[in-house]
Design a protein around this ligand. Structure first.
Ligand code: SAM
Length: 334
Protein backbone atom coordinates (compact mmCIF):
# COMPACT_ATOMS: atom_id res chain seq x y z
CA UNK A 1 0.00 0.00 0.00
CA UNK A 2 1.31 3.46 -0.91
CA UNK A 3 -0.79 5.99 1.03
CA UNK A 4 -1.71 9.44 -0.27
CA UNK A 5 -2.54 12.36 2.03
CA UNK A 6 -5.59 14.64 1.85
CA UNK A 7 -3.78 16.91 -0.63
CA UNK A 8 -2.78 14.04 -2.93
CA UNK A 9 0.85 13.81 -1.79
CA UNK A 10 2.61 10.40 -1.62
CA UNK A 11 5.22 9.58 1.02
CA UNK A 12 8.75 9.24 -0.32
CA UNK A 13 11.24 10.52 2.26
CA UNK A 14 11.78 9.89 5.93
CA UNK A 15 14.01 12.01 8.14
CA UNK A 16 15.05 10.43 11.37
CA UNK A 17 16.38 12.49 14.24
CA UNK A 18 18.72 10.13 16.08
CA UNK A 19 19.65 12.47 18.94
CA UNK A 20 18.47 15.80 20.32
CA UNK A 21 22.03 16.69 21.37
CA UNK A 22 24.39 18.87 19.41
CA UNK A 23 27.88 20.20 20.10
CA UNK A 24 27.13 23.45 18.24
CA UNK A 25 24.87 26.23 19.49
CA UNK A 26 23.92 27.95 16.24
CA UNK A 27 21.86 30.93 17.28
CA UNK A 28 19.16 30.24 14.69
CA UNK A 29 18.69 26.64 15.84
CA UNK A 30 19.90 25.88 19.38
CA UNK A 31 20.67 29.26 20.97
CA UNK A 32 22.62 29.10 24.23
CA UNK A 33 19.96 31.20 25.90
CA UNK A 34 17.60 28.21 25.62
CA UNK A 35 19.94 25.24 25.20
CA UNK A 36 22.43 26.30 27.87
CA UNK A 37 24.01 24.46 30.81
CA UNK A 38 20.73 23.76 32.55
CA UNK A 39 18.93 22.36 29.52
CA UNK A 40 17.75 18.82 30.02
CA UNK A 41 18.31 16.61 27.00
CA UNK A 42 16.57 13.28 26.61
CA UNK A 43 17.54 10.22 28.57
CA UNK A 44 18.97 7.36 26.55
CA UNK A 45 15.99 5.15 27.28
CA UNK A 46 13.66 7.73 25.76
CA UNK A 47 15.40 7.40 22.39
CA UNK A 48 14.29 4.81 19.87
CA UNK A 49 16.81 1.98 19.74
CA UNK A 50 18.51 0.94 16.50
CA UNK A 51 16.32 -2.16 16.41
CA UNK A 52 13.21 0.01 16.69
CA UNK A 53 14.46 2.43 14.05
CA UNK A 54 15.15 -0.42 11.65
CA UNK A 55 11.64 -1.71 12.14
CA UNK A 56 10.11 1.69 11.55
CA UNK A 57 12.27 2.16 8.45
CA UNK A 58 11.03 -1.14 7.04
CA UNK A 59 7.44 -0.03 7.57
CA UNK A 60 8.11 3.23 5.75
CA UNK A 61 9.79 1.50 2.83
CA UNK A 62 6.77 -0.78 2.49
CA UNK A 63 4.66 2.39 2.27
CA UNK A 64 6.71 3.92 -0.55
CA UNK A 65 9.68 5.62 1.12
CA UNK A 66 12.79 5.61 -1.10
CA UNK A 67 15.10 7.87 0.85
CA UNK A 68 16.08 8.12 4.51
CA UNK A 69 18.11 10.95 5.96
CA UNK A 70 19.65 10.68 9.43
CA UNK A 71 19.77 13.96 11.26
CA UNK A 72 19.36 15.52 14.69
CA UNK A 73 20.70 17.28 16.81
CA UNK A 74 24.09 16.16 15.56
CA UNK A 75 23.66 12.59 14.28
CA UNK A 76 27.36 11.73 14.62
CA UNK A 77 27.04 12.23 18.39
CA UNK A 78 24.77 9.18 18.56
CA UNK A 79 26.94 6.34 19.81
CA UNK A 80 27.78 3.71 17.19
CA UNK A 81 25.69 5.38 14.53
CA UNK A 82 27.44 3.15 12.01
CA UNK A 83 25.51 0.19 13.41
CA UNK A 84 22.26 1.93 12.51
CA UNK A 85 23.58 2.82 9.06
CA UNK A 86 24.45 -0.82 8.43
CA UNK A 87 21.00 -1.98 9.50
CA UNK A 88 19.29 0.55 7.24
CA UNK A 89 21.63 -0.20 4.36
CA UNK A 90 20.43 -3.79 4.47
CA UNK A 91 16.92 -2.62 3.51
CA UNK A 92 16.79 -2.96 -0.26
CA UNK A 93 16.36 0.01 -2.56
CA UNK A 94 16.95 2.77 -0.06
CA UNK A 95 18.95 5.94 -0.65
CA UNK A 96 20.65 6.59 2.69
CA UNK A 97 22.06 9.99 3.59
CA UNK A 98 23.02 11.99 6.66
CA UNK A 99 23.15 15.68 7.56
CA UNK A 100 25.99 16.75 9.83
CA UNK A 101 27.88 19.76 11.13
CA UNK A 102 31.00 17.73 10.17
CA UNK A 103 32.75 18.22 13.52
CA UNK A 104 33.25 14.44 13.77
CA UNK A 105 33.03 13.61 10.08
CA UNK A 106 36.73 13.39 9.22
CA UNK A 107 37.06 10.72 11.88
CA UNK A 108 33.93 8.82 10.90
CA UNK A 109 33.67 9.13 7.11
CA UNK A 110 35.45 5.85 6.44
CA UNK A 111 33.38 3.77 8.87
CA UNK A 112 30.14 5.40 7.71
CA UNK A 113 30.92 4.63 4.10
CA UNK A 114 31.90 1.07 5.00
CA UNK A 115 28.58 0.69 6.83
CA UNK A 116 26.71 1.66 3.66
CA UNK A 117 26.03 5.39 3.85
CA UNK A 118 25.53 6.81 0.35
CA UNK A 119 26.08 10.55 0.82
CA UNK A 120 26.41 13.39 3.32
CA UNK A 121 25.11 16.93 3.58
CA UNK A 122 27.42 19.21 5.51
CA UNK A 123 26.15 22.37 7.16
CA UNK A 124 28.54 25.26 6.72
CA UNK A 125 27.36 28.84 7.05
CA UNK A 126 30.52 30.80 6.36
CA UNK A 127 34.07 30.45 5.07
CA UNK A 128 35.21 33.28 7.27
CA UNK A 129 36.58 31.71 10.43
CA UNK A 130 35.40 34.45 12.79
CA UNK A 131 31.89 34.49 11.31
CA UNK A 132 31.70 30.71 11.37
CA UNK A 133 32.85 30.47 14.99
CA UNK A 134 30.32 33.12 15.97
CA UNK A 135 27.48 31.38 14.13
CA UNK A 136 28.17 27.94 15.60
CA UNK A 137 28.73 29.60 19.00
CA UNK A 138 31.00 26.71 19.96
CA UNK A 139 34.17 28.36 18.68
CA UNK A 140 34.55 25.58 16.12
CA UNK A 141 37.05 26.47 13.37
CA UNK A 142 35.99 26.46 9.74
CA UNK A 143 39.21 24.69 8.68
CA UNK A 144 38.12 21.45 10.32
CA UNK A 145 34.83 21.44 8.42
CA UNK A 146 36.63 22.08 5.14
CA UNK A 147 39.00 19.22 5.87
CA UNK A 148 36.11 16.89 6.72
CA UNK A 149 34.39 17.69 3.43
CA UNK A 150 37.47 16.55 1.53
CA UNK A 151 37.77 13.37 3.62
CA UNK A 152 34.10 12.55 3.01
CA UNK A 153 34.50 13.12 -0.72
CA UNK A 154 37.62 10.95 -0.84
CA UNK A 155 35.64 8.17 0.86
CA UNK A 156 33.01 8.40 -1.88
CA UNK A 157 30.21 10.04 0.11
CA UNK A 158 29.44 12.11 -2.98
CA UNK A 159 28.29 14.48 -4.18
CA UNK A 160 28.84 16.28 -0.88
CA UNK A 161 26.13 18.88 -0.48
CA UNK A 162 26.94 21.93 1.56
CA UNK A 163 24.03 23.60 3.32
CA UNK A 164 24.37 27.28 4.04
CA UNK A 165 21.65 29.05 5.99
CA UNK A 166 21.71 32.69 4.95
CA UNK A 167 20.92 35.34 7.54
CA UNK A 168 20.92 38.95 6.46
CA UNK A 169 23.72 40.99 7.96
CA UNK A 170 25.27 37.89 9.54
CA UNK A 171 26.74 35.85 6.67
CA UNK A 172 25.15 37.14 3.47
CA UNK A 173 28.27 39.18 2.72
CA UNK A 174 29.96 35.81 2.02
CA UNK A 175 27.55 34.53 -0.64
CA UNK A 176 29.74 35.06 -3.67
CA UNK A 177 32.83 33.78 -1.87
CA UNK A 178 30.90 30.68 -0.86
CA UNK A 179 29.81 30.07 -4.46
CA UNK A 180 33.37 30.60 -5.67
CA UNK A 181 34.76 28.10 -3.16
CA UNK A 182 32.54 25.25 -4.40
CA UNK A 183 32.27 26.04 -8.12
CA UNK A 184 33.94 23.36 -10.18
CA UNK A 185 34.66 21.06 -7.24
CA UNK A 186 31.80 18.60 -7.74
CA UNK A 187 30.44 19.57 -4.31
CA UNK A 188 27.08 21.34 -4.42
CA UNK A 189 26.37 24.33 -2.20
CA UNK A 190 22.71 24.99 -1.33
CA UNK A 191 21.68 28.32 0.11
CA UNK A 192 18.81 27.94 2.55
CA UNK A 193 16.42 30.69 3.54
CA UNK A 194 16.47 31.25 7.26
CA UNK A 195 13.23 29.76 8.58
CA UNK A 196 10.89 30.31 11.50
CA UNK A 197 11.27 26.77 12.81
CA UNK A 198 10.87 26.19 16.53
CA UNK A 199 10.12 28.99 18.94
CA UNK A 200 13.51 30.00 20.23
CA UNK A 201 15.36 31.72 17.38
CA UNK A 202 13.49 35.06 17.40
CA UNK A 203 12.86 34.82 13.65
CA UNK A 204 12.00 37.98 11.69
CA UNK A 205 11.23 38.25 7.99
CA UNK A 206 13.83 41.03 7.74
CA UNK A 207 16.56 38.46 8.50
CA UNK A 208 15.62 36.34 5.48
CA UNK A 209 17.58 36.77 2.26
CA UNK A 210 15.19 35.59 -0.47
CA UNK A 211 16.63 32.95 -2.78
CA UNK A 212 15.87 35.16 -5.78
CA UNK A 213 18.32 37.69 -4.34
CA UNK A 214 20.93 34.99 -3.74
CA UNK A 215 20.68 33.86 -7.36
CA UNK A 216 20.81 37.45 -8.59
CA UNK A 217 23.91 38.28 -6.58
CA UNK A 218 25.83 35.18 -7.66
CA UNK A 219 24.61 35.42 -11.22
CA UNK A 220 26.02 38.94 -11.47
CA UNK A 221 29.47 37.37 -11.03
CA UNK A 222 29.00 34.03 -12.85
CA UNK A 223 25.79 33.80 -14.91
CA UNK A 224 23.42 31.06 -13.77
CA UNK A 225 20.65 29.26 -15.65
CA UNK A 226 17.84 27.19 -14.14
CA UNK A 227 18.31 23.41 -14.27
CA UNK A 228 15.59 20.76 -14.20
CA UNK A 229 14.85 19.03 -10.89
CA UNK A 230 16.49 15.64 -10.39
CA UNK A 231 13.16 14.21 -9.28
CA UNK A 232 9.67 15.37 -8.53
CA UNK A 233 9.40 17.03 -5.13
CA UNK A 234 13.07 18.01 -4.90
CA UNK A 235 13.40 20.67 -2.21
CA UNK A 236 16.34 22.55 -3.68
CA UNK A 237 15.86 24.51 -6.86
CA UNK A 238 18.88 23.80 -9.08
CA UNK A 239 20.88 26.44 -10.93
CA UNK A 240 23.83 25.66 -13.19
CA UNK A 241 26.77 27.88 -14.03
CA UNK A 242 26.54 28.84 -17.68
CA UNK A 243 30.33 28.47 -17.95
CA UNK A 244 30.05 24.76 -17.07
CA UNK A 245 31.49 24.98 -13.54
CA UNK A 246 28.74 22.83 -12.03
CA UNK A 247 25.65 23.82 -10.10
CA UNK A 248 24.28 25.27 -6.88
CA UNK A 249 20.92 25.03 -5.19
CA UNK A 250 18.57 27.33 -3.33
CA UNK A 251 15.97 26.24 -0.80
CA UNK A 252 13.20 28.78 -0.53
CA UNK A 253 10.82 27.50 2.08
CA UNK A 254 9.92 31.06 3.13
CA UNK A 255 9.53 32.94 -0.14
CA UNK A 256 8.43 30.07 -2.37
CA UNK A 257 6.72 27.38 -0.38
CA UNK A 258 6.94 23.86 -1.74
CA UNK A 259 4.29 22.25 0.45
CA UNK A 260 2.32 21.02 -2.55
CA UNK A 261 5.12 18.64 -3.50
CA UNK A 262 6.24 17.78 0.03
CA UNK A 263 6.64 14.02 0.39
CA UNK A 264 8.47 14.00 3.75
CA UNK A 265 7.67 12.58 7.13
CA UNK A 266 9.87 13.14 10.18
CA UNK A 267 10.50 10.88 13.10
CA UNK A 268 11.59 12.71 16.24
CA UNK A 269 14.30 11.50 18.57
CA UNK A 270 11.82 9.94 20.95
CA UNK A 271 9.69 8.33 18.29
CA UNK A 272 6.95 10.80 17.38
CA UNK A 273 5.86 11.28 13.79
CA UNK A 274 5.64 14.77 12.30
CA UNK A 275 4.26 15.54 8.87
CA UNK A 276 5.56 19.12 8.89
CA UNK A 277 8.59 21.04 10.11
CA UNK A 278 6.33 23.64 11.55
CA UNK A 279 4.05 21.30 13.45
CA UNK A 280 2.98 22.08 16.97
CA UNK A 281 2.56 18.44 17.95
CA UNK A 282 3.45 14.98 16.74
CA UNK A 283 1.98 11.52 16.76
CA UNK A 284 3.42 9.06 19.25
CA UNK A 285 4.71 5.91 17.56
CA UNK A 286 7.01 4.72 20.33
CA UNK A 287 4.19 3.50 22.57
CA UNK A 288 2.90 1.32 19.78
CA UNK A 289 6.41 0.02 19.03
CA UNK A 290 6.91 -0.87 22.68
CA UNK A 291 3.51 -2.45 23.14
CA UNK A 292 4.28 -5.57 21.11
CA UNK A 293 2.53 -4.36 17.95
CA UNK A 294 2.97 -6.37 14.76
CA UNK A 295 4.73 -5.02 11.67
CA UNK A 296 1.35 -4.70 10.02
CA UNK A 297 -0.03 -2.60 12.88
CA UNK A 298 2.97 -0.30 12.68
CA UNK A 299 2.54 0.08 8.93
CA UNK A 300 -1.15 0.79 9.30
CA UNK A 301 -0.53 3.41 11.97
CA UNK A 302 2.06 5.26 9.86
CA UNK A 303 -0.23 5.06 6.83
CA UNK A 304 -3.15 6.45 8.84
CA UNK A 305 -1.08 9.43 10.05
CA UNK A 306 -0.04 10.17 6.48
CA UNK A 307 -3.55 9.79 5.08
CA UNK A 308 -4.87 12.37 7.57
CA UNK A 309 -2.17 14.86 6.65
CA UNK A 310 -3.47 18.27 5.55
CA UNK A 311 -0.65 20.65 6.58
CA UNK A 312 0.84 23.27 4.25
CA UNK A 313 2.31 25.65 6.75
CA UNK A 314 4.75 27.49 4.48
CA UNK A 315 1.98 28.32 2.03
CA UNK A 316 -0.10 29.98 4.72
CA UNK A 317 2.70 31.48 6.82
CA UNK A 318 2.05 34.95 8.21
CA UNK A 319 3.76 37.05 10.85
CA UNK A 320 1.18 35.67 13.29
CA UNK A 321 1.75 31.98 12.53
CA UNK A 322 5.51 32.55 12.78
CA UNK A 323 4.98 33.45 16.44
CA UNK A 324 3.08 30.24 17.25
CA UNK A 325 4.73 27.68 19.48
CA UNK A 326 6.33 25.04 17.24
CA UNK A 327 8.53 22.06 17.82
CA UNK A 328 12.32 22.69 17.82
CA UNK A 329 14.35 21.61 14.81
CA UNK A 330 16.99 19.85 16.91
CA UNK A 331 14.27 17.56 18.22
CA UNK A 332 12.26 16.97 15.08
CA UNK A 333 15.37 16.73 12.88
CA UNK A 334 16.52 19.28 10.32
N1 SAM B 1 23.57 18.90 13.30
C1 SAM B 1 23.33 18.58 11.92
C2 SAM B 1 23.79 19.70 11.04
O1 SAM B 1 24.36 20.68 11.53
O2 SAM B 1 23.61 19.61 9.84
C3 SAM B 1 21.90 18.18 11.58
C4 SAM B 1 20.78 18.93 12.19
S1 SAM B 1 20.59 20.61 11.70
C5 SAM B 1 19.12 21.03 12.59
C6 SAM B 1 20.09 20.45 10.01
C7 SAM B 1 20.09 21.67 9.17
O3 SAM B 1 19.08 22.55 9.59
C8 SAM B 1 21.36 22.47 9.20
O4 SAM B 1 21.84 22.65 7.88
C9 SAM B 1 20.94 23.79 9.79
O5 SAM B 1 21.70 24.85 9.30
C10 SAM B 1 19.50 23.87 9.37
N2 SAM B 1 18.71 24.80 10.17
C11 SAM B 1 18.57 24.84 11.51
N3 SAM B 1 17.77 25.87 11.90
C12 SAM B 1 17.39 26.50 10.74
C13 SAM B 1 16.57 27.61 10.48
N4 SAM B 1 15.99 28.32 11.43
N5 SAM B 1 16.38 27.95 9.19
C14 SAM B 1 16.97 27.26 8.18
N6 SAM B 1 17.74 26.19 8.37
C15 SAM B 1 17.97 25.81 9.64
Amino acid sequence: MHPIDTLGRPIRDLRISVTDRCNFRCSYCMPKSVFGQGYRFMDRKELLTFEELERVAQAFVALGVEKIRLTGGEPLLRKEIERLVARLDAIAGLDLTLTTNASLLARKAESLRAAGLDRVNVSLDSLDDATFRAMNDANFPVGRVLEAIEVAAAEGLTPVKINTVVKRGVNDQDLVRMAERWRGTGHIVRFIEYMDVGSSNGWRMDDVVPSAEVVRRISARWPLAPADPNYQGEVAERWRYVDGAGELGVISSVTQAFCSTCTRMRLSTEGSLYTCFFAQSGHDLKSLLRSGASDEQIRNEVAAVWQRRADRYSEIRTAETAKARKVEMSYIGG
